[in-house]
Design a protein around this ligand. Sequence first.
Ligand code: NAG
Ligand code: NAG
Ligand code: NAG
Ligand code: NAG
Ligand code: NAG
Ligand code: NAG
Ligand code: NAG
Ligand code: NAG
Ligand code: NAG
Length: 650
Amino acid sequence: MAAFQLLFLLLVSRVVASARPPRHVPSCRIVQMDALCRDLNLRSVPANVPHDVQTLDFSLNQVQNLSQKTLAYHTSFHHLNFHSNKIHFIEPGLFRNMTDLKVLDLSKNHLNVFARSEINIGPLTAIESLDLSSNGLYTGMSDYFLADSPSLTNLSLNSNSITRIAQNTFSGSLSLQKISLHNNVILEIEDGAFDSLHHLTELDLSKNSITCITDFNLYNLKVLNLSKNSMELFQSVNSDNPYKLLFLDLSENKMPYFPLLPKNNVLKYLDVSRNRLQSILDSPDQQTNVSLNDLIYLDMSYNQIKNISESFFTHMKSLEVLNMSNNCIGSFSITTGSVLPSVKIINLSYNSLQSLTFEENTLQSVTTLFLQGNDLTTLDHQVFQRLPNIKYLQLQKNNLKVCAPERNQQPTPKLTIQNHLDPSCVSFTSIKNLQFLYLSENNLLTLPVNAFANTPLELLDLSLNPGLDMDKDSLSGLEHSLVHLFLRENNISYLNTHLSTLRSLKHVDLSGNQLTSLPTWNKESYIESLNLQNNNLVALEDSTVLTLKRSLKTLYMGSNPLSCCKNLGFLHMLQNSAVVIPDIETVTCFHPEFSEPVNIEKVTEEMCHTARTQNYIIVALLTLLVMIVLVVLVKCLRSRKRKRNRGYRA
Ligand SMILES: *[C@@H]1O[C@H](CO)[C@@H](O)[C@H](O)[C@H]1NC(C)=O
Ligand SMILES: *[C@@H]1O[C@H](CO)[C@@H](O)[C@H](O)[C@H]1NC(C)=O
Ligand SMILES: *[C@@H]1O[C@H](CO)[C@@H](O)[C@H](O)[C@H]1NC(C)=O
Ligand SMILES: *[C@@H]1O[C@H](CO)[C@@H](O)[C@H](O)[C@H]1NC(C)=O
Ligand SMILES: *[C@@H]1O[C@H](CO)[C@@H](O)[C@H](O)[C@H]1NC(C)=O
Ligand SMILES: *[C@@H]1O[C@H](CO)[C@@H](O)[C@H](O)[C@H]1NC(C)=O
Ligand SMILES: *[C@@H]1O[C@H](CO)[C@@H](O)[C@H](O)[C@H]1NC(C)=O
Ligand SMILES: *[C@@H]1O[C@H](CO)[C@@H](O)[C@H](O)[C@H]1NC(C)=O
Ligand SMILES: *[C@@H]1O[C@H](CO)[C@@H](O)[C@H](O)[C@H]1NC(C)=O
């Protein structure tokens, strides 16, 4: 019965198949020497592919058995891509005669099935780049593919299940330059597994389960990635031989100590972020005096470092980026100009810094300093003036106070007496190159007059300092430079600081305050974006609207108790100018005739006129009523008089 049903189904399917016009058989796109057959549900190379084709993209098809027949007996390929098929068998010796085939991509197939049959695929005569990633291969299985691959330089075994690299794993592929073993479960690397690979320059072992490397001796290696393992120790052999290593990524491991790097190194990039470093001083490194003269980038963020001494950086003459963020460092000081002379970016954000010292003539190349999320309260007043190239300074989430400028601004530095300055404040005047300054969340209470004089600030963030009392001239000196001003959530009810003189100002954030009126802008102001969300604005003065309208491109206005009919000027701008109001949905106003706030877009001028007319009508009606009453009253009185008169007469 079942057999009969099957036969029936087969017959039906044949009839259906034969009914289909032959043109529907998917055919590859041929572009010059390339055949593009991607995602066509094919099991083998179709007949329309010319014999001299060099590149064949056969990815995302249904090939199960890769043989001369599936390749339609073509041998001229240079580049074969069988990514994401269902290959579980490869005809042995298939690639022997393909003397032009350089690149073979077999990723995402079922080659573990083939390897289990313990057959060798034969020589990979000319293949230079082989991708065997995502094939479910486990330890030893790569041998069936690599045994005879003399030209292979680039090999990917990513995303397989390899647990051990044996000594002979790569003995058939001695030309290898780059090996990727990312995302396996490697626990063990046998001694000398890579030793015979004299050309090996790049080794990616990231995302495995390696716990330690004790005798690192790959002198020719340039890139080593050990990120995302379980490394507890990295130790190089104690030798004076030169190493070529340039990039070492040890991030996301479990290292309690700084790696023991080769003495004779040219390392440029070192990432030890997200480990368990506690102290640099305890490191066994101290004993060997490794200098990192060529290091350009050092990332030690997300560790538990409590104390770092200046001497650690002594030899880092080339270092440009230092990331020490997210540690527990309480104090950082650089006292000698010869330490970190090239450093441009220092990231010390999210530590517990209470003290920060840069002596005169230190850190002369620093342009960018991240100090947010620390406990900085007292700093040397002039600490930032010592950094001649500082351009970008993030100080948010600290507890700083801003100093008033010193009275005596004349260039007589020797005579500048430490005048009655608040000992716990920091000065931001005369920082010659500072353009970006973030001082939000510092519990700032006052901002003195001329606080930023002679500092060419382009951006100033003073947000989230509730109760900040700004002087009317707090920002003077910034007339020609300030473009961005952020005063978000400062509980300001009246902004008395002069903004109209800030001629370069374009972007202003005043959201989350208690403003009932807007600062005045004069004819020269050129505000492009303004955030007024969450204030107490009832009406915008028509003159302000007229000024803003000329330049404004974006306005945030939601969550204000606006009056519908006192804002006809604003309404007019809304309807007749190109200003974008991204939060228009939340811009509502009050109208006496509606119990709920009305969306401002629904307000029409008529709604406000109508209200007025109705008032007139009411007044008119009332007048009419009074008049009628009067008339009636007068008539009444007269008729009484008449009656009385009649009475007299009577
Ligand atoms: C693969 O194809 C070849 C030739 O077409 C054939 O000889 C071989 O038996 C097939 N192997 C499998 C496992 O299907
Ligand atoms: C390779 O070429 C030789 C002759 O050059 C031929 O005898 C042999 O059958 C070919 N093998 C394959 C797998 O094409
Ligand atoms: C090495 O092969 C991988 C894929 O396996 C490829 O992404 C990469 O570009 C190749 N690199 C070189 C240098 O050929
Ligand atoms: C190391 O590997 C990780 C994970 O694959 C990757 O994110 C990182 O960019 C690599 N590092 C380098 C230096 O290439
Ligand atoms: C490390 O180097 C410094 C000078 O560069 C030297 O005084 C010190 O003795 C060296 N320490 C060791 C253990 O070699
Ligand atoms: C500073 O370092 C932290 C953590 O390493 C990182 O998240 C942050 O993006 C860095 N800051 C910048 C501006 O690069
Ligand atoms: C940090 O290290 C320096 C130098 O070794 C030492 O003088 C200082 O007391 C240490 N500070 C803390 C908080 O451990
Ligand atoms: C460390 O800081 C540098 C520079 O600010 C940044 O490029 C890098 O991404 C940061 N590292 C981490 C782990 O966030
Ligand atoms: C905000 O200011 C008002 C007075 O204007 C004051 O009552 C209130 O406590 C202030 N709120 C904060 C968080 O400072």
